[in-house]
Ligand binder design. Structure first.
Ligand code: SF4
Ligand code: FES
Length: 250
């Protein structure tokens, strides 16, 4: 298929940036979206032009690095997939595709389509861990029965890959879906109870300090999340937060 691309080009963090038009021909529907960009970059390099910078690593929906806003949607028009898993068969011959970086104050643009998502790392460092002793004297996991529903919900929350699509899709640039997934995966399990209070208070504080907005229950994050992280996690995080705040005031 033949395509017209309109791509955000920005030399560095201080450059104003602008949309630039490109044309591509003979793109196979079996290519991934990133492979299509690889074709464009090969052509640009052959012409002696600067290739388009974009983030990627695993290219199989695991690492959360790929982060494009495609025709106005984080990770593009498909549901439950990351940009690297999006296939060109989702587009038609002659289509014009708009490709922009994830946009949020807390995700500053580094270059072209690459944004700095280290704010997520700092939120994780604030509490996304457990202090369970794993140095040889751990008890058998089967000694602590966990209700199946809790185990399933914790596992579902743990599938969050930290891609940031929830932030990019939110009119408030809220990171609540991401943070609530990271809080929930521990809040539902016995080994998460030791730091439960500090975890939720510290992670929410870091989220606010980074400049993310609040949740106003629109639900765009849940729709665009490639891992189907549920809004129920935000409700759970709010309950954990109120519980921890009340305990701190006592
Ligand atoms: S909640 Fe979903 S959209 Fe947000 S960072 Fe995790 S996987 Fe990405
Ligand atoms: S490149 Fe790893 S999830 Fe897309």
């Amino acid at each position: 298929m033949n395509l017209k691309l309109k791509i955000w080009r920005q030399k560095n963090a201080s450059d104003k940036g602008r949309m630039v038009d490109y044309a591509l021909s003979d793109i196979s529907g079996d290519m991934s979206f990133l492979e299509m960009l690889d074709v464009l970059n090969n052509e640009l390099i052959e012409k002696g032009e600067e290739p388009v910078a974009f983030d990627h690593d695993c290219r199989e929906g695991i690492c959360g690095m790929c982060s494009l806003h495609i025709n106005g949607e984080p990770h593009g028009p498909d549901r439950g997939v990351t940009t690297c898993q999006l296939h060109m068969r989702k587009f038609k011959d002659g289509d014009t595709i708009y490709i922009e970086p994830f946009r949020a104050k807390a995700f500053p643009i580094v270059k072209d389509l690459v944004v700095d998502r280290s704010a997520f790392d700092r939120i994780q460092h604030a509490g996304g861990y457990v202090s369970v002793n794993t140095s040889g004297n751990t008890q058998d996991a089967n000694n602590i029965p966990i209700p199946k529903e809790n185990a399933d919900n914790a596992f579902d929350a743990a599938t969050c890959i930290g891609c940031g699509a929830c932030v990019a899709s939110c009119k408030n640039s809220s990171a609540m879906l991401f943070v609530s997934a990271k809080v929930s995966q521990f809040a539902l399990l016995p080994q998460g109870q030791v730091e439960a209070k500090d975890r939720v208070l510290n992670m929410v504080k870091q989220m606010d300090d980074e400049g993310f907005g609040n949740c106003s229950n629109t639900g765009a994050c849940e729709v665009e999340c490639p891992k189907g992280i549920s809004l129920e996690n935000i409700a759970r995080m709010n309950r954990e937060y109120f519980k921890a705040s009340a305990a701190t005031k006592k």
